[in-house]
Design a protein around this ligand. Structure first.
Ligand SMILES: [Zn+2]
Length: 213
């Protein structure tokens, strides 16, 4: 790479975190605006609740806490829950460092959903297909057990709103990146983001090459 090209790359990467921050803010504001504009659209919290399923057992009663569902109020420090303890260790460490710093700002990180067993992910996927009426529409929100980063322990859905807002501003400093524009709460570890900022987001999971089975 020529010196000129590398300088250009640096400038590009320098601008990116700021641009991503703007996009995130726009996405959150857009979600809220959309919510108030259309009563039939799922709200921020409705969408989240739907995609995380019940906190205890599913419709068929087969999924238990050992499969990863979390009750309300679980934080990134609550190791006793498989949904937290089975997260990728590097992701969990980054989350805890970020949460410790966020606490100085009066912000607490809750985990709405973390690691999920394939059975739990299958259940969420079935529920999404039935709710949205088609595989295609459901795929914008819930991955299959074969493709979900939650099943490998590499993804976390963060609550509440103030924690999501804090992460959209500071997450890249810890390698924590929002991956999909339509899921402001879904974070994965991208260690290179610490130096370069987070990669460009996909509009939704259907644009993610990892979701192509
Ligand atoms: Zn997620």
């Amino acid at each position: 790479m020529s010196q000129k090209a590398s300088a250009r790359t640096r400038a590009h990467w320098t601008l990116r975190p700021y641009a991503v921050g703007l996009v995130v803010t726009a996405a959150i504001v857009g979600t809220l605006a959309y919510r108030s504009a259309s009563s039939s659209a799922p709200s921020f919290s409705e969408v989240r609740r739907d995609h995380h399923g019940g906190a205890t057992t599913g419709v068929d009663g087969a999924v238990t806490e050992a499969d990863g569902p979390l009750p309300d109020g679980v934080t990134v420090f609550d190791d006793q829950y498989p949904g937290v303890a089975n997260l990728d260790p590097d992701l969990l460490q980054a989350l805890r460092e970020a949460a410790t710093d966020a606490a100085h700002d009066g912000v607490e990180f809750f985990v709405d959903s973390g690691w999920r067993s394939p059975e739990y992910q299958d259940q969420l996927h079935r529920e999404a297909v039935s709710e949205y009426g088609s595989e295609e529409e459901a795929a914008r929100w819930v991955a299959t057990a074969d493709t979900s980063a939650h099943v490998s322990g590499g993804a976390v859905d963060i609550g509440h709103f103030d924690a999501v807002a804090w992460l959209s501003e500071h997450g890249a400093e810890y390698g924590l990146c929002q991956i999909y524009s339509n899921e402001p709460w879904h974070y994965e570890l991208r260690p290179q983001a610490i130096d370069r900022g987070c990669p460009r987001m996909y509009a939704d999971p259907t644009h993610d090459p990892r979701m192509q089975e």
